[in-house]
Design a protein around this ligand. Structure first.
Ligand code: SAM
Length: 292
């Protein structure tokens, strides 16, 4: 009766046997709290109706728990050294496939078509490498694959930014972009002591569920997101100042900005961090930002 991969004793034994040192440069912190893993599987509500994409299986601790509940698990691991380890640790599970590839380079819609049948929901579950949390999430959301849920562990500070509401310090362009597309919530906080080696920060598990209907924008999504980033470029300055930097300071531009703000009943002196997602959508639509 072999203990779970993620128990501290077995994780340490695997690392020793393969002479592995966790690579900081790849964000390798292995979860060694089986209760937390069960909770991740619960939050993602994984059943045999689900196919799962896991980013960075590491030595397989989370993969194992996913494989016990899911229909199929597809893991993307960038580190060649971990591939033979995963083949051994996950050998009891015939519903797991590991791909030795950088997730940021992967053509997910193509791989999903090849590896999954279309009878199951597709979810992403991962204990993310913290050095590229934001690029991975934005990449997942931008790609053309549709996920039924994304449940990912990240550093607490980033989780706070993804889920922050207007008026809170952590609220910024990332909060607006993520929450324009998704309902976002922190499902669970996880202390640094749950990992080997322990990271320097605490962590949290965020659940993203894609919105069924997006508020319509009159421009390309990337242009809208660029506009939002522009509004937050100097977050301590007023909206008016940020818009001036974005659009220029000509008299007719100023007049147009004043008109739009009046129309939307938004005070020019407000800080961008107080505006709701709807406010940003309305502003972008009124300014026709792709024509500027
Ligand atoms: N899933 C394991 C666990 O929970 O214990 C390991 C998680 S560890 C925080 C992050 C994992 O992501 C590491 O195994 C690392 O090698 C892998 N990784 C880092 N960058 C990656 C990338 N660009 N694509 C795929 N995997 C990556």
């Amino acid at each position: 009766n072999t203990p779970d991969i993620a128990t501290p004793v077995r994780t340490q034994a695997i690392l020793n046997r393969y002479h592995l040192l966790a690579k900081k440069s790849l964000g390798q912190n292995f979860l060694t709290d089986v209760d937390v893993l069960h909770q991740i599987v619960d939050v993602a509500n994984i059943s045999d109706q689900d196919d799962v994409i896991e980013i960075g299986p590491g030595i397989g601790g989370l993969t194992e728990q996913l494989a016990r509940s899911a229909h199929k698990v597809l893991g993307f691991e960038i580190d060649d050294k971990l591939i033979p380890v995963l083949h051994e640790t996950l050998s009891p599970y015939n519903n797991v496939k590991i791909i030795n590839e950088d997730i940021l380079q992967a053509n997910l819609p193509k791989i999903i078509k090849e590896e999954f049948d279309s009878d199951h929901q597709v979810k992403v579950v991962a204990n993310l490498p913290y050095y590229i949390t934001t690029p991975i999430i934005l990449d997942l959301l931008k790609g053309n694959a549709d996920f039924d849920a994304i449940v990912v562990m990240m550093q607490k500070e980033v989780a706070n930014r993804l889920t922050a509401k207007p008026g809170i310090k952590a609220y910024g362009s990332l909060s607006v972009i993520i929450q324009y597309l998704n309902d976002a919530e922190i499902a669970l906080n996880v202390p640094r002591s749950s990992f080997i080696p322990s990271p320097h920060v605490d962590s949290a598990i965020v659940k993203l569920t894609g919105k069924k209907e997006l508020k319509p924008i009159k421009m390309d999504q990337d242009i809208f997101f660029g506009f939002v980033r522009g509004c937050f470029a100097h977050r301590r300055k007023t909206l008016w100042n940020n818009l001036k930097t974005l659009f220029g300071n000509d008299a007719d531009v100023k007049k147009k900005v004043q008109q739009v703000l009046d129309q939307l009943n938004i005070k020019p002196q407000i800080r961008p961090g107080k505006l709701s997602i709807d406010d940003f959508v309305n502003l972008a639509n009124q300014f026709n930002v792709d024509q500027l």
